[in-house]
Design a protein around this ligand. Structure first.
Ligand code: ATP
Ligand code: MG
Length: 344
């Protein structure tokens, strides 16, 4: 008899809007490819808030993620009038997922003003510190202040994560992008810690770039980047810019990484205008699921699905409306069938 591989349990949070549709599409492709994943479905987002759970993520969901250590997540909404903190923030904080990793890679068949230049880099964004701690107050009625918190521990772990990503993917260079010329203590800390940490990685080239120049360079010569690492707000802005270079929201995957859990999700939101119509593009969540498969060590299945996806995009038949070349989109399910047919 063939040896049976044990399945890896993964928490699946379908989420809101188009979430359940792109989650089902993604799970269908993974099942067809024989991914050894056992899904544990969990509630998070709008429905949780409506049930009176103030964090948007019930305890069962948190327990599931804690047990499994790996999650795939659809977009989560905070419905108006239900608490002011998003379920996304609650999940990130609960599991201290300090690293947001966003690959930025040109896809076959997705035409952009940058097509053909071989864009292939990773943005590593610190995800729990900086001005996003949300510590704001009015100093006087006309003067507002927001605190920017940057710690040495936070800088060290995010640069170590960037180096680990670079090494795991056989990449050559880490660019630390900061505003250290103006904020010498906070942004300067990432620059300084970056220099120290990357000394331990002599096989990786290391450069520092002022973040505004980095934004300029990403547009002028994006192919120069390999792995970039930034504080939270700079990374927020530049990772969205970077997603735009290679086709935008419908195709941008991400990972939230911490010491206790890894959570993979599309960059896009719940897109309520197209929810329930069966026309959403599941590519971003599928690419996120490929990052997840690699995280759990199933490189072969990830490669096989990636190949089928690339063939599908390259052929240009049966694509969803947002990426269809002739503007004539097909339903999500038909796109999924085409990818599965291309699994070979
Ligand atoms: P949220 O408030 O949850 O962010 P949103 O409407 O802003 O929801 P986004 O994901 O930010 O949703 O997307 C903005 C627009 O981009 C959507 O209205 C939709 O037209 C398009 N879009 C985003 N993701 C997809 C997708 N996966 N498939 C097709 N279109 C998408
Ligand atoms: Mg949005």
């Amino acid at each position: 008899a063939l040896p049976t591989r044990t399945k890896v349990k993964v928490t699946a949070m379908p989420g809101d809007g188009i979430g359940p549709e792109v989650m089902k599409a993604t799970q269908t492709v993974l099942a067809a490819a024989g991914a050894q994943v056992e899904w544990e479905e969990a509630l998070a987002g709008a429905e949780a808030f409506r049930r009176g759970i103030s964090t948007g993520a019930p305890q069962e969901t948190l327990d599931s993620i804690a047990r499994n250590g790996v999650a795939l997540k659809g977009p989560l909404e905070t419905p108006v009038g239900h608490g002011e903190k998003s379920a996304n923030v609650a999940l990130r904080k609960t599991f201290e997922m300090y690293g947001n990793v966003r690959p930025v890679r040109e896809l076959p068949g997705i035409r952009t003003p940058f097509s053909g230049r071989g864009i292939d880099f990773v943005v590593v964004r610190e995800n729990v510190e900086d001005v996003y701690a949300g510590i704001e107050h009015m100093q006087t009625p006309g003067v507002a202040q927001c605190l920017k918190i940057i710690t040495e521990v936070g800088c060290e772990r995010i640069v170590r994560l960037a180096a680990a990503v670079a090494e795991a993917e056989g990449r050559k260079k880490v660019t630390v992008a900061t505003k250290a010329n103006i904020m010498k203590l906070t942004e300067g800390m990432l620059k300084r810690v970056g220099e120290a940490v990357l000394k331990d990685h002599p096989s990786l080239a290391h450069e520092h770039m002022i973040v505004d120049n980095c934004a300029h360079q990403m547009v002028i010569r994006p192919e120069q980047f390999d792995v970039t690492v930034m504080t939270n707000m700079n990374g927020d802005i530049l990772s969205d810019l970077a997603a735009g270079l290679v086709g935008g929201l419908g195709v941008a995957p991400s990972a939230n990484l911490g010491d206790e859990a890894a959570m993979f999700e599309a960059v896009h939101g719940s897109a309520p205008q197209i929810a329930g119509k069966g026309i959403a593009n599941p590519t971003a969540l599928l690419l996120s699921a490929l990052m997840m498969l690699r995280h759990i060590g199933d490189f072969a299945t990830a490669r096989r699905i990636e190949h089928a996806l690339y063939v599908t995009l390259e052929e240009g038949r049966d694509l969803t409306g947002d990426i269809a070349r002739d503007g004539e989109g097909v339903p999500t399910a038909q796109y999924v069938d085409r990818i599965i047919a291309n699994l070979g």
